[in-house]
Design a protein around this ligand. Structure first.
Ligand code: LMR
Length: 334
C-alpha cells in the first residue's frame, strides 16, 4: 500500500512538472525575411520581437531570421503556408504565388507622388482591400511596412529609355515591373534577392532596381558603376501570418501581439524615409557608384515610355484593384 501511494505521488509530481513546463514553454514565432538587420524591415522585425516578448511577459518568443538565412523568397512563402514559419514581411511584388496578384498594382510606375501619399493610401481602403484578398488563402495580413522608392542601376548610365535597350535587369517577382522594364527595351529576369549581388558581379544580369537601404546593405553599389535615383516605383512590405496559427492563439496573447505589431509598424514607417536618405548619403560617400538624377525632360521620357503599363495592368491585376486605387489617388488608371 505504501509503495502504491508513493507511486501515485510520483506520478502526480511528474504530471505537475509537465504542466508547469507546458505553462512556461513560450509560444514560438519564427519571423523570416530576406534583407539585412540594418534596414527598415530588419529593424522593424527586431522591434516587433522586442515588444512582443515584453507585452506578453515572455509568453511569446520571436525568432527573427534575416538575410534569407532560413528561406529565400519563394521558399519562405511556401514555408508560411505549410506552417514551418509563422510570420513574414515579403515585398508586395512577391504575392502572386499566394494567389493575390492584386498586390502587384502597387508596383505601377510613378503611382505614388511621395512617401506621404503612399502612407495615406495604405492606411485607407486600398490597404484593407488588398488584405481581404488574402483571407481565402489561409493568410492574414497584419501591417504594411514602408521602404521608399526604387533606384535603378547598371554599369552604364541610365538616363534615357534608350539606355535600357537590350540590358538584362533583375526584378523581384512582379509582372508589373516585368512590363515596365520591357517597355524600356530591356530584358527583366526574376531572381531571389539573395542571389542578386553575385548575379551583378558576374554579369548574369546587367542591372537591378532597389531602394538605397537595400543597395547599401547588400553592397550592390560596389558591383554597379552607375545608379539613377529615379524613384520610379515604390517598395513596400506586407507583414503576414499563417491564419490558422494566428486564430489559434489565446485571445489575450493575440491582443498583445497586435499591439506589438501596431507599435513596431509605427516605428518602422517612421524610420523608413530617414534610413533611405542616410543610406543614399553613405553610397555617395563610398564613391563606388556614380549617382545620377533625372532632369524633368528625362523623367517625362521615362514616364511616357512606361505609361502603357497602366493599360496592360488590367489583364494582370484586374480592374477592381485599379478602381480602388484610382478612387483613392484621384488618378485615371487606364
Ligand atoms: C527584393 O527582392 O528586391 C526586395 O523585395 C527585398 C526586400 O525584401 O526588400
Amino acid at each position: 500500500m505504501k509503495k502504491f501511494v508513493a507511486l501515485i505521488g510520483a506520478v502526480a509530481a511528474l504530471a505537475l512538472t509537465a504542466n508547469v513546463a507546458a505553462a512556461q514553454s513560450p509560444i514560438i514565432i519564427k519571423f523570416s525575411h530576406v534583407v539585412a538587420n540594418d534596414t527598415p524591415k530588419g529593424k522593424g522585425a527586431l522591434k516587433f520581437k522586442e515588444l512582443a516578448e515584453k507585452y506578453t511577459n515572455g509568453k511569446v518568443k520571436v525568432e527573427v531570421y534575416p538575410n534569407s538565412q532560413l528561406y529565400k523568397d519563394k521558399e519562405e512563402i511556401e514555408a508560411l503556408q505549410l506552417g514551418s514559419v509563422q510570420m513574414l514581411a515579403p515585398s508586395t511584388a512577391k504575392f502572386a504565388p499566394l494567389g493575390a496578384k492584386e498586390f502587384e498594382a502597387l508596383d505601377l510606375p510613378w503611382l505614388f507622388k511621395d512617401d506621404a501619399e503612399y502612407a495615406k493610401t495604405m492606411k485607407g481602403p486600398v490597404g484593407k482591400y488588398l488584405f481581404s484578398k488574402l483571407e481565402s488563402k489561409g493568410i492574414k495580413g497584419l501591417a504594411y511596412w514602408d521602404n521608399g522608392f526604387h533606384m535603378v542601376s547598371s554599369n552604364e548610365p541610365l538616363l534615357k529609355p534608350a539606355d535600357f535597350q537590350g540590358k538584362k535587369f533583375r526584378i523581384s517577382g512582379s509582372k508589373i515591373a516585368d512590363q515596365y522594364f520591357r517597355l524600356m527595351g530591356s530584358i527583366p529576369q526574376i531572381m531571389a534577392f539573395s542571389e542578386v549581388y553575385q548575379a551583378l558581379q558576374t554579369g548574369v544580369v546587367d542591372g537591378c532596381e532597389n531602394t538605397p537601404s537595400n543597395y547599401l546593405t547588400q553592397k550592390f553599389d560596389e558591383v554597379q558603376k552607375h545608379i539613377t535615383v529615379s524613384n520610379h516605383a515604390h517598395l513596400q512590405y506586407a507583414v503576414i501570418v499563417n491564419a490558422k496559427f494566428w486564430g489559434g492563439l489565446p485571445a489575450d496573447i493575440r491582443t498583445q501581439l497586435e499591439k506589438a505589431m501596431d507599435d513596431a509598424t509605427e516605428y518602422t514607417n517612421s524610420i523608413a524615409h530617414e534610413e533611405n536618405v542616410d543610406a543614399l548619403k553613405q553610397i555617395k560617400a563610398k564613391g563606388k557608384a556614380e549617382l545620377h538624377y533625372l532632369s524633368d525632360d528625362q523623367k517625362k521620357a521615362w514616364r511616357e515610355a512606361m505609361a502603357p503599363t497602366y493599360t496592360w495592368a488590367k489583364g494582370r491585376v484586374g480592374q477592381e484593384v485599379l478602381d480602388v486605387l484610382s478612387k483613392e489617388l484621384g488618378v485615371k488608371m487606364n
